[in-house]
Write a protein that binds this ligand. Structure first.
Ligand SMILES: Cc1cc2nc3c(=O)[nH]c(=O)nc-3n(C[C@H](O)[C@H](O)[C@H](O)COP(=O)(O)OP(=O)(O)OC[C@H]3O[C@@H](n4cnc5c(N)ncnc54)[C@H](O)[C@@H]3O)c2cc1C
Length: 287
């Protein structure tokens, strides 16, 4: 299917992009890798009059560590994130996550910013970025604000991003080294998107006891789901197999996963506990 006809602009600066957003309002959409937006346009789920291509805007790419923060430009592709030595060292679970998105073509074109802004409940990166306590830098002609992942994802395909704003970067506070981060995903056998997934980010003191835990489930709600009971079950404990297994069981307590044509509620709940355990174990193994 072909999309409805649309205009195309490729601004050379953020200011120019803000001007186009202001001029065209809701009729314009930002274009990054195009791997979610273009399929949606072909299905006529969205029919923007103008695409504003961000790829010529300087300053939106690159991956670097700045003090205690890992900063990833919104236009960094999934391949760049998965193969970055900096990400592998400072947030290995994030590199693992980007590596299991779609196929090579998708990973070479799709961007971290596009995935975050699109907020597909079956996407991989929002889950891990929430576990990593990431913040999103949202810029507009009025200036910049930062939204933590816990507040940014509002509902299915809905975020705190406003139509005049551009997501410019993702900021991730560094965990103590070695960064205990892990991701595990049950992919849909046809599309590769998440059926259920889980991400864990753990801190541990010198004794090996867990001093901080964030455990997040994907595919079970409209937004990444913080598994608070699992986090509480890990904190202060030695990360033994029994402790991790018990935390994974608690991760699914009280969740009410949405069923779809592939997986019903009960199946998702069962698999979410298994994948929560895998993510927690993967994170702990990095110590
Ligand atoms: C065949 C296929 C398989 C896939 N499999 C997976 C998978 O297994 N897991 C997974 O997570 N994803 C998967 N995806 C989606 C893929 O990861 C997309 O790349 C991603 O969701 C969107 O990134 P993009 O750069 O292509 O964004 P685009 O499609 O260009 O944009 C998506 C949306 O975000 C907005 N946007 C983009 N960048 C910005 C920005 N910087 N600021 C504000 N708004 C912005 C756009 O306006 C648009 O609304 C798959 C896609 C395809 C086509």
């Amino acid at each position: 299917m072909h999309p409805a006809s649309f205009g195309y602009r490729a601004p050379g600066s953020l200011e120019e992009a803000f001007g186009l957003l202001q001029e065209h309002g809701e009729d314009a959409r930002l274009l990054a890798g195009g791997h979610s937006l273009i399929p949606a346009m072909k299905l006529r789920l969205t029919q923007p009059e103008l695409l504003i291509d961000l790829r010529r805007v300087p300053g939106l790419s690159g991956i670097r560590a700045d003090g205690e923060t890992l900063i990833i430009g919104a236009l960094a592709t999934h391949t760049e994130v998965s193969t970055s030595e900096t990400v592998r060292r400072l947030a290995p679970g994030l590199a693992d996550t980007a590596a299991v998105i779609g196929d090579w073509q998708v990973r070479n074109r799709g961007t971290i910013g596009g995935s975050v802004a699109h907020a597909d409940p079956a996407a991989d990166l929002p889950v891990t970025l929430t576990a990593l306590n990431a913040s999103f830098v949202l810029a507009s002609s009025a200036g910049e604000r930062t939204a933590p992942a816990d507040d940014f994802f509002v509902d299915f395909f809905t975020t705190a991003l406003e139509s005049h704003e551009i997501l410019t970067a993702i900021r991730i506070p560094l965990l103590p080294s070695p960064a205990r981060t892990g991701y595990a995903k049950l992919p849909h056998p046809a599309s590769g998107y998440v059926v259920v997934s889980a991400a864990a980010a753990l801190s541990a003191g010198e004794s090996g006891a867990c001093t901080g835990a964030r455990v997040v489930l994907g595919g079970v709600a409209g937004t990444p789901h913080r598994a608070a009971a699992a986090e509480a079950a890990l904190e202060g404990q030695e990360l033994t197999p029994d402790v991790m297994a018990a935390a994974a069981r608690q991760a699914v307590e009280g969740i009410d996963p949405h069923a779809d044509s592939y997986a019903d509620e009960e199946y998702k709940r069962h698999m979410a506990a298994i994948y929560a355990r895998r993510a927690i174990e993967a994170a702990a193994a990095r110590g």
